[in-house]
Design a protein around this ligand. Structure first.
Ligand SMILES: C[S@@+](CC[C@H](N)C(=O)[O-])C[C@H]1O[C@@H](n2cnc3c(N)ncnc32)[C@H](O)[C@@H]1O
Length: 237
């Protein structure tokens, strides 16, 4: 496992300052709320990754507490790498990964600069870490750079319809962030709202084939009427 550098405070307006500040609380709540909950997004990711997994290098970007890294390792992936800019989030996982899964790599990095070689990865996954960006252009380019031909980019993200409704309810002006209460309102995150056109954008279609575009419910136990989540399976051309 990579050595994690000494923590430095991120800039207040960075996409990960919130997670850096609330790492301990976020990770504890994430485990409390989702460890046993049904999660269509995770099932979709794992089913998409399964064929030939023993030969695959899988990278989870914005891996946070890193629970998905362990799942990929247990499914038999050849190499598993977590990329995360928040040193505080990485620290939350560092010790337990070192003890139990010393072959899982953790790397400090961001969507805008993925610290991996060109065409070195079979699959990139992201669970609620892509929408933190205000602009996806550079990220699509970076993911396309590190993926091999036919590699997968799997995204679980808030559904644009849900973003639009929340922005309207909160009277959010273009360019501003919406408030997302999470874990039954125990934490509140602010994220930029996104449209479907931003996901299935020119940059996306330049590099990827859209194999799946599925609405789903982030909270399956709560009888949501509209889709709150979006699952995308993109294949590198
Ligand atoms: C909502 S959490 C999700 C964490 C984890 N994927 C999960 O499912 O629990 C968002 C994560 O994205 C990370 N993040 C924020 N800005 C990022 C960036 N520019 N590049 C990569 N990851 C980022 C945060 O630090 C945080 O760990």
């Amino acid at each position: 496992m990579e050595k994690i550098p000494t923590p430095q405070k991120p800039k207040e307006d960075s996409s990960y300052a919130f997670f850096d500040k609330h790492a301990k609380k976020y990770v504890a709540l994430q485990r409390e709320f989702y460890s046993d909950a049904p999660d269509t997004g995770r099932i979709f990711f794992r089913e998409s990754l399964l064929a030939g997994i023993e030969k695959k290098t899988i990278v989870d970007i914005g891996c946070g507490a890193g629970d998905d890294l362990i799942a990929y390792r247990e499914l038999g992936a050849k190499n598993v790498i977590g990329v995360e800019p928040s040193l505080a989030m990485l620290k939350e996982r560092k010790e337990s990964l070192r003890e139990n899964h010393p072959d899982i790599q953790l790397v400090v990095g961001e969507w805008e600069r993925i610290p991996l070689a060109d065409a070195s990865v079979d699959a990139v996954t992201t669970r609620y870490s892509f929408h933190v960006l205000t602009d996806f252009k550079t990220a699509f380019k970076e993911v396309a750079r590190v993926l091999k031909k036919d590699g997968l980019f799997l995204i679980a993200t808030p559904h644009p319809l849900h973003d639009t409704k929340m922005a309207k309810t909160q009277n959010i002006q273009p360019g501003k962030k919406i408030k997302f209460p999470i874990f039954d309102g125990k934490l509140e995150i602010k994220n930029p709202p996104h449209t479907m056109e931003e996901y299935i954008s020119e940059e996306c279609l330049e590099y990827f084939i859209v194999e799946e575009n599925l609405p789903y419910s982030m909270h399956e136990d709560k009888n949501e009427t509209d889709p709150t989540g979006l699952l995308l399976r993109l294949r590198r051309k």
